[in-house]
Design a protein around this ligand. Structure first.
Ligand code: BES
Ligand code: ZN
Ligand code: ZN
Length: 496
């Protein structure tokens, strides 16, 4: 990340300036005071970008303008989201034109739209080049966003917090993009330790296989049996120095599915798109990125994150279809299909969140292919036993352009999980994502508001989508941070 902040007053050198304008003002650019004063100073190239409507960016060269970075208005997206995309396209264009030292002038803009500008530019800077011999990150990008003196205080705070949140998103993307062979459960643990090192507010508890056995976390052990690299559970406790009055008595629990590679196990997946299953630790990756941002922002609310890390492989000792194990809460489960492994490891994650006394639990998982068939790749499936929590999550998503759609945990489908020999089996009937949610619900600690987010469609993209190029999106980090902020927000305070 190389994005800085400056004020219009400090733009004096001859430099490239991208001019970004708030929504739909027809007279933008030419009549703007800032712009004319900049042109008087003889500043070089100007990029005008209209955020609304057909969102066209125009380069003004010496004389004649040449059009670049066109984005089309996409029905169903709100204004901030269009601005995010416009800023992203502007960023890509600046990169393409080699304008690595650029000032982007932002004028007359609300905090939420400014957040969108910063996010879009930072998304344009992201690339996963760990395994490339030519590192694009080595490009000395030095973009600065210029704001007016009057807006300095407010927008500086927004800039700082947005940068921290996007750093969390990048942590998630780097983890999720990593192939299964180079991100084993053990390497994942090292990355977590690295992320949270030297932070006295954070304690890590790492349970290895022997400890999982001792404590009866059998879901993770059952799935991990076929792997070469043993399963691990990591619990991350964040205890802020100060807890806001609104957050007194609240402890948010975030639980993540961390299957570092999902071959399907003995119920082997077809080879065609199996490589994508590197992203099956997307839930765990999202939880880690969100936790990083929550701690960086010093949010005044206790949060515990639990990630269940394992491979799902057909090894010599791999769990067989039909095998039965006893989950942490005492229920017996017949593993009818070893490819429905996410729900098995989450039985342990949910149990651990309960042991950690989480008052609200949200689990994130790339859980079912069925969610993609139901609602596609742009929307996350939301399941919850609590109206208020479900609404808060949806609202938190709307603030960051991340869409959720709530699906029912209809008890009529619960019977399809009944088994002949065990208490339950791990696959149900037709409504694959709903039965997966109903399965998880059986393992939620009693009387705890809980939500399950099925991010199978949204965590990873194989084609350019909005402000994502290819691969891991880090989808959900921004929503989780917004939600955590909301849970900590004192209702009588002036800050919204
Ligand atoms: N990790 C997959 C779900 C998935 C599919 C994530 C596509 C991302 C993209 C999960 O473990 C799985 O294999 N689920 C099965 C469940 C079935 C066996 C009941 C599925 O969705 O096919
Ligand atoms: Zn699977
Ligand atoms: Zn899976």
């Amino acid at each position: 990340m190389a994005l800085g902040l400056t004020t219009t007053a400090s733009i004096t050198k001859k430099t490239s300036v991208a001019f970004f304008i708030k929504e739909g003002k027809p007279q933008f650019g030419v009549k703007s005071k800032e712009l004319s004063s900049l042109t008087q100073k003889g500043l070089g190239q100007l990029v005008k970008l209209e955020a609304k409507g057909s969102s066209t960016a125009t380069f003004l060269g010496e004389d004649s303008p040449s059009a670049v970075a066109q984005i089309k208005a996409i029905p169903g997206l709100d204004e901030s989201e269009e601005i995010r995309m416009a800023a992203y396209n502007l960023g890509l264009e600046l990169k393409k034109q080699g304008l690595i030292k650029t000032v982007i002038l932002v004028s007359d803009i609300s905090s939420s739209n400014f957040t969108a500008v910063v996010e879009g530019l930072l998304f344009a800077q992201y690339s996963f080049d760990t395994h490339k011999s030519a590192k694009s990150k080595a490009l000395p990008i030095q973009w600065k966003v210029a704001i007016s003196e009057t807006a300095k205080k407010e927008l500086t705070a927004v800039f700082k917090s947005t940068s921290k949140i996007i750093a969390g998103v990048e942590t998630t993307r780097d983890l999720v993009n990593e192939p299964g062979g180079s991100l084993t459960p053990q390497i994942f643990v090292k990355r977590i330790q690295q992320t949270f090192k030297d932070d006295s507010r954070i304690t890590l508890k790492v349970r290895n296989k022997a400890q999982l056995e001792k404590e009866g976390f059998n879901g993770l052990l059952t799935v991990g049996r076929g792997g070469i690299n043993p399963p691990v559970m990591v619990t991350i406790n964040y205890k802020p120095k100060k807890v806001s009055p609104a957050a007194k008595g609240t402890k948010l629990g975030l639980v993540g599915k961390g299957v570092t590679f999902d071959t399907g196990g003995i119920s082997l997946k077809p080879p065609g798109t199996m490589w994508e299953m590197r992203m099956d630790m997307g839930g765990a990756g999202t939880v880690i990125g969100a936790m990083q941002a929550i701690a960086d922002l010093d949010l005044p609310i206790p949060v515990v994150a639990v990630v269940c890390l394992t491979e799902n492989r057909p090894g010599v000792d791999a769990v067989l279809p039909g095998d039965i194990f006893t989950a942490k809460n005492g229920k017996t489960i017949q593993v009818e299909n070893t490819d429905a492994e996410g729900r098995l490891i989450l039985t342990d994650g949910l149990a651990e969140a309960g042991l950690q006394k989480a008052t609200h639990i949200i689990d994130l998982a790339t859980l079912t292919g069925a969610i993609i068939r139901a609602i596609g790749m742009s929307i996350t499936g939301l399941f919850s036993n609590n109206e208020e929590l479900a609404d808060k999550i949806t609202q938190a998503g709307a603030k960051s352009g991340e869409k959720f759609w709530r699906l029912p945990l209809d008890m009529e489908y619960r019977a399809s999980l009944d088994d002949k020999v065990a208490d339950m089996k791990n696959i149900g009937g037709d409504a694959g994502s709903i039965t997966a949610g109903l399965f998880l619900q059986e393992f939620v600690p009693e009387n705890t508001p809980w939500a399950h987010l099925d991010i199978a469609g949204t965590a990873f993209t194989t084609k350019p989508w909005k402000y994502y190029n290819w691969g891991a999106t880090g989808w959900g980090v921004r929503s989780l941070v917004n939600l955590t902020e909301e849970l900590a927000r004192d209702k009588n305070s002036k800050n919204k």
